[in-house]
Ligand binder design. Structure first.
Ligand SMILES: Cc1cc2nc3c(=O)[nH]c(=O)nc-3n(C[C@H](O)[C@H](O)[C@H](O)COP(=O)(O)OP(=O)(O)OC[C@H]3O[C@@H](n4cnc5c(N)ncnc54)[C@H](O)[C@@H]3O)c2cc1C
Length: 319
C-alpha cells in the first residue's frame, strides 16, 4: 500500500475533530504517517491511533511559520516515499504544503472536500454551487489541504506510533536571527475560551450586520447552549468580532447539529460555510431575507427581542 503523509503543524493535548477527520481520510488512501512541528515523543502520545504507523518530527520543536517545516516535510516525504501528502487547510499548513509542492515539482490542491482511492480530489467551489474533480498527473505526488467537516471522523485508539526524529531544526539561529527568510517578531497566544472551537462545535450561534455591534445577546445564548459564536463577513469586517469567527466562503466552514443565524441575510457566500448544518434556525426582521429559504425554523422578528426570550426560556427549563 502506498504511504500517506499527514502534516499537522502542531499538536496539542488531544487530536481535534478536524485532525481526526484527516487521519480517517488518510487511512482510506494508504499507510498513514504523521509529520509535525511538535516534538516527537509528545506528538506520539497524542496520535495514539491504530492506523498511524509513525510520527516524524524535527530534532526539537519547530513552530509555524518557520520555513524549516518545509525541510521537515521534504525529508519526511523522502523517508516514507509518500505519494499523498495532506494537511488541514490552515494558513500556515497551506503555506508549508505549497512550498513543498514546488520542491516536489508538483501542484497543490487546496480546500479539498474528498479524495477517492484513485486520488481524485473533489472541491466545492463558487460558494458551493459546483463540485469539481481534479487529479494530479500520474507519477507526481498528490499534495492537498482538506477542509474540516468534509468526512466523518472514525478512528480507533491504538498504541503510540513509532517516533522518528529527522535531522532538521528550527531555522532561527542561536542568536535569534532568522535563517530561512521568515522572522517571527512576537507570538500572542489566542485567548483561552471556555467555548468550543468554531469548526468543531455541535452548536453555533452566529450574528451578522443585524447585531449592530452588540454580540452580547448572542454570547449569552451561546453560553446557554454550550455553543461557539460565529459571524457573517459584514460583522467581522465591521470589527465587531474577530475575523476568525467568520463563517462562509472566505471564512470557516461549519457543519454543526444546530446553527442559529441572527441578523444575517443569508447571502450565498455565507451559506457556503453553513448550509450543511443539520438544523438551521434563522432570526431576521425581514421576512423576505434569503436565509429563510434554507432555514428549518424561522423567526421573523428583532433579534434583540427574540434572543433574550430564548435565553430566558432555556434558563427556565434548566432550572
Ligand atoms: C468574494 C466574496 C466572499 C465573501 N465571503 C463571505 C463569507 O465568507 N462570509 C459571509 O458571511 N459573507 C461573505 N461575503 C459577503 C456576503 O456577500 C454578504 O455581504 C454578507 O454575508 C452580508 O452579511 P450580513 O448578512 O450580516 O449583512 P446584510 O446582508 O446587511 O444583512 C443583515 C440582515 O440583518 C437583518 N437585521 C437587521 N437588524 C436586525 C435585527 N435587529 N434583528 C433581526 N434581523 C436584523 C436584516 O434584515 C438583514 O437581513 C463575501 C462576499 C464576496 C464578494
Amino acid at each position: 500500500m502506498s504511504a500517506v503523509l499527514v502534516f499537522f503543524e502542531s499538536l496539542s493535548e488531544q487530536l481535534t475533530t478536524s485532525q481526526q477527520e484527516l487521519l480517517t481520510l488518510a487511512g482510506t488512501l494508504g499507510d498513514v504517517h504523521v509529520v509535525t512541528g511538535t516534538e516527537g515523543a509528545a506528538a506520539a502520545e497524542v496520535v495514539t491511533v491504530q492506523s498511524v504507523e509513525s510520527v516524524y518530527s524535527g530534532e526539537t520543536e519547530i513552530l509555524a511559520p518557520d520555513p524549516a517545516l518545509v525541510d521537515l516535510l521534504e525529508t519526511a516525504v523522502q523517508e516514507t516515499s509518500a505519494s499523498v501528502i495532506l494537511s488541514p487547510d490552515t494558513a500556515d499548513a497551506t503555506d508549508a504544503l505549497a512550498r513543498l509542492a514546488v520542491r516536489l515539482d508538483t501542484g497543490i490542491i487546496t480546500d479539498a472536500v474528498g479524495i477517492d482511492a484513485q486520488r481524485r480530489v473533489t472541491k466545492s467551489v463558487l460558494a458551493g454551487s459546483y463540485t469539481t474533480t481534479a487529479q494530479v498527473d500520474e507519477g507526481r505526488p498528490l499534495v492537498a489541504t482538506v477542509k474540516p467537516n468534509s468526512v466523518q471522523a472514525s478512528i480507533v485508539a491504538g498504541h503510540p506510533p513509532e517516533v522518528v526524529s529527522l535531522p532538521v531544526g528550527p531555522s532561527l539561529t542561536a542568536d535569534g536571527a532568522a535563517n530561512g527568510g521568515v522572522e517571527v517578531l512576537e507570538r500572542t497566544p489566542l485567548e483561552a475560551s471556555e467555548r468550543p472551537a468554531l469548526t468543531e462545535a455541535r452548536v453555533v450561534v452566529a450574528g451578522g450586520r443585524g447585531v449592530d455591534g452588540n454580540f452580547g445577546p448572542l454570547e449569552e445564548l451561546a453560553d446557554e447552549l454550550g455553543a461557539a459564536v460565529g459571524a457573517s463577513r459584514a460583522a467581522t469586517d465591521a470589527g465587531w468580532i474577530d475575523h476568525a469567527a467568520q463563517v462562509g466562503q472566505t471564512g470557516v466552514t461549519v457543519s454543526p447539529q444546530l446553527y442559529v443565524s441572527a441578523g444575517i441575510s443569508g447571502a450565498i457566500q455565507q451559506r457556503a460555510g453553513m448550509q450543511t448544518a443539520q438544523t438551521i434556525v434563522a432570526i431576521n426582521k425581514d421576512e423576505d431575507a434569503p436565509v429563510f429559504e434554507i432555514a428549518d425554523f424561522g423567526v421573523v422578528g428583532d433579534l434583540f427581542e427574540v434572543v433574550p426570550q430564548i435565553v430566558e426560556e432555556l434558563r427556565r427549563r434548566k432550572a
